[in-house]
Design a protein around this ligand. Structure first.
Ligand code: SF4
Length: 253
């Protein structure tokens, strides 16, 4: 397999960016550095599953829907139709079954949305900021302003029910909260994971006291990526997408 390298990015200062790190890259590196190597250096692809494909379709439909000024229900169905991804399903019957599931998820989302009194300030808002020699990037699904002035950073989750937040979910919220402050110069008050399939929102206040620790974690991971330190972390193998074909896997069966 060929190793494809992107051309090195330059900052406005002319200094090269060492590592571009997103939440997904940070998460994967923390799960298993060797998995990071396979996915982001060697270019191994994770096969698209029905759940993954539907998740992409829902994200795309919601982006389309909320980019319209005052969207109607018809707009939502038009967006779902136009942003639907047909890949990832074994046949038409399975595809239609998942399409129906997505429609039911969006019906409930729309009902919940009617009760919200917030104003949407941004949809799919990218952030980029320098951190040491590195560059941190991300995409916030949605930023809402509440009637009392509070700012809410929202990320859609299309899997899981949100009954109990995994550590990686909490880390993701902190990552986006920090990105909002550092790159967008907006002070987030609330961080929310919206589990659209379960119709549940989990919201926590933003705590800036953890920022220094989070920055240290991001820089440490980026430094190790830059130094090509990719030891396998086999405790993650049972949950790894590459467990069947990775040479170090201890969970091939
Ligand atoms: S199978 Fe195990 S060792 Fe291999 S990439 Fe996945 S977690 Fe890492």
């Amino acid at each position: 397999m060929s190793l494809r390298r992107r051309p090195r990015l330059l900052r406005p200062t002319g200094r090269p960016v060492s590592v571009e790190i997103s939440f997904t890259k940070l998460r994967v590196y923390r799960e298993c550095p060797w998995k990071y190597q396979l996915q982001f250096v060697a270019g191994w692809r994770i096969p698209l599953t029905p759940a993954g494909s539907l998740g992409l379709s829902l994200h795309r439909a919601l982006e389309c829907f909320h980019r319209k000024g005052s969207p109607s229900e018809e707009d939502l169905w038009a967006c779902y139709e136009s942003r639907w991804l047909s890949a990832g399903y074994v046949d038409e019957k399975v595809r239609e079954s998942w399409r129906g599931k997505g429609k039911r998820i969006l019906e409930r989302y729309l009902a919940d949305e009617r009760d919200r009194r917030t104003v949407i300030e941004a949809v799919e808002r990218e952030f980029v900021y320098p951190l040491g020699r590195h560059e941190v990037r991300g995409m916030i699904d949605r930023i809402d302003r509440h009637p009392d002035g509070k700012l809410e950073v929202i990320d859609y989750k299309t899997s899981g029910d949100g009954e109990r937040l995994a550590p990686r979910d909490e880390l993701q919220l902190r990552f986006y909260g920090l990105g909002c402050r550092e790159a967008l110069a907006k002070e987030p008050d609330l961080l929310t994971l919206c589990f659209v399939a379960a119709g549940r929102r989990v919201t926590a206040p933003y705590d800036p006291s953890g920022e220094a620790e989070l920055k240290t974690m991001i820089v440490a991971a980026a430094d190790r990526i830059e130094a090509a330190k990719f030891p396998p972390e086999t405790s993650f193998c049972p949950n790894c997408d590459f467990r069947k074909c990775c040479a170090y896997s201890v969970a091939k069966d």
